[in-house]
Design a protein around this ligand. Sequence first.
Ligand code: PXL
Length: 277
Amino acid sequence: MKRIVTIQDISCVGKCSLTVALPIISAMGVETAIIPTAVLSTHTMFNNFTCKDLTDQIKPITEHWKKEALDFDAIYTGYLGSFEQIDLMKDMFDEFKTDSNITFVDPAMADNGKLYPAFDEAFAKHMGTLCAKADIIVPNITEACFMTGTEYKSTYDEKYVKDLLKALSNLGAKISILTGVSFEEGYTGVMGYDKEKDSFHYYTHKKHPVSYHGTGDIFSSACIGAMMNGLSWQEAIAIAADYTAECIRITCEDPNAITYGVNFEAVIPYLLKKLKK
Ligand code: PXL
């Protein structure tokens, strides 16, 4: 069985970060080790959330793992809370990266042209230095703009997206994957760029006219889970995008749905059916 480690916060209520990564990746048949970076009562879109920082636990945990000779088929970082946590992730990549495993960075910190409440532009630039050390990065367009110093646009053409992907790959990652790329009303998708092969790949699907919190984390988790099942990144982004879109569809059709996240649990059978095909 493949084993990955994912490093993100626990938002106790919120359906994001570890509370989606752990169930999704485990359901895909992959052992999922974790390092919780903080415990929050909810994600940061709620008011008055509590937060206990766990930065001081990261080094002791990884040092213990080194002594136990543990290794990982992938190291997947998500929402990180500080410059120090970003630097600790760089150290972790140095310690645990091998010729055959994958370092995967979701620089979860912004959307719709704006940084999340906890972050500023300097943080976004620093996140770029972690992306520089990754094999695969999966920012949305907003995050990519902040990391590369590109002007954010809500409408754009193919050249804008390709230039953004090239700017991202200049940070250093081998494969850059941009989420939320839409060239046509009613459709959205994901475009990836392989720097070594100088090749782009675009996957598009129907867009549901709503947006929910945590869907970036759901996409990333399904994507790394699919790659750990032996799929190429091009195949993995298609499965992850379809799964995320289906999570959004069933949530907006559910009159009793909560508003702070999506019904990703109900769609896990759909994800596994796609994975087995
Ligand atoms: O990736 C989304 C996310 C994860 N963790 C926390 C968040 C958010 C989005 O706001 O606040 C704590």
